[in-house]
Ligand binder design. Sequence first.
Ligand code: FRU
Length: 540
Amino acid sequence: FILNQTYRPSFHFQPSKNWMNDPNGPMRYKGLYHMFYQHNPKDAVFSDNGMVWGHSISRDLVNWFPLQHALTPSEPYDTNGCWSGSATIVHPKGKPVILYTGIDYMHRQNQNLAIPKNVSDPFLREWVKSPKNPVLAPSITNKINVDSFRDPTTAWLGHDNLWRIVVGSKEGDKGVALLFLSKDFVQWVQAKHHLHSAETTGMWECPDFFPILINGTFGLDTSINGPYVRHVLKISLYDASHDYYLIGTYDTTKDIFVPDKGFEHNELSLVPRYDYGKFYASKTFYDGAKKRRVLWGWINESSVREDDIKKGWAGIQAIPRTLWLHKSGKQLVQWPIVEIEKLRTNPINLHSKILKRGTLLEVSGVTAAQADVEISFEVNEFGKAQVLDPSWKMDPQLLCSGIGTKVKGGLGPFGLLVLASKSMQEYTAVSFTIFRSNKNYMVLMCSDQIRSSLNLKNDLTTYGAFVDVDPVHEELSLRSLIDHSVVESFGGQGKACMTARVYPTLAINDEAYLHAFNNGTVDVKITRLNAWSMKKAKIN
Ligand code: FRU
């Protein structure tokens, strides 16, 4: 019971108990946000024969009200589970449909259609499975792998008035995005080619495919295309357990996705990720009310299975993030939805404060276990930056684990010590270190969990990524959302995101402290620090 209470987040989405994984079918309909999710209603661990679609609704993406399960195993084609899928608002009448993966009586994977029982119910409480299900199934003719055929995307409409979806799969160890076309969501024809594929990447789970504006932060409806649009293909790599994205062109004549230069890498470590910590099986939707594209992602536990069972729940969703294309066109930018800011209370502000080398600065007056913190740094003595050994460049995560050992002194690490215990037996360090590489500077961002808990059974892996900011001319900023057992950090105004799960044994509730720190050999300036205590959201 104590375990249950201690690590429960207070403003991250989760069911009232038991296991949750992927976000499913997010949408906005009749003024309400809908959130469905992979859920094992019976246990705090995943089940391979009883997954359901949990369902909650919200007016603001912050407070959530639970409804009855939207989909539960009931038919031969989904008797072993209702797995991930997506919702599409079908034009012109604006009616929602769901496509999801069913695990059939022989444990084969197939795709199924469900529609609302009553479209005038804004809650969309009851869903009816199509009598034509499964609408897509592996067969001798299509040679689709029965164990690797899942997670249909939101559909988009082509100029030929046919709807298209992608379903994740693999052929040998080649990851593929299978493309299907339909006029009515019931009868689907497979395209002769894949929307995209990549050798040796293994199973592609939870694909997501959507347009994004070249210039600006506005989101676009999923069927939009044109000269001002790029496309994003996101895939969740089962083997790597990470969400990777590619930016490119959707060639509508060939019906293929062509990655931009720089995104056709065969080297996975060079492909950008939504998040360099724990964040998986994510999915976006277009929010027409605020004209934005919103990203949901599942954050798994870093604790051991026995502890999950003891605390009676596992899995949370990241704070939804607005997502857009950076003006460079080379990467995406993500930022927590603005609505989360209404939970902020009791602001603490600080300006122009020198953070001397080797010092700590306590940020008091906030509830450090439940907080939102923004901090910006200015660095001057660039001459003191350590030179980046070219062999380190490829692996920022390894570099972050080496900080303090291999990497001695220089510009950083400086940043935030979050969920720290009174005498520093426990803390999580979110930091920047600036390196010189040829004539440029490179900013390494780390989230270091190695001292996050005295309970060493937890996964204490350190996370790292380079943030594409020029520290000479640009402000170096960090935001961390701290919620008891989760720390979601955004470097460079959302250019690099890093989410960690941590389970302090001392730094809990009122016993948690927050500090800014500078472990480098050079003083840095905190240009601005804003911290807020966060109120509890009403969640399920
Ligand atoms: C991703 C995933 C999906 C699948 C679902 C089952 O985490 O494995 O591929 O549909 O979870 O819960």
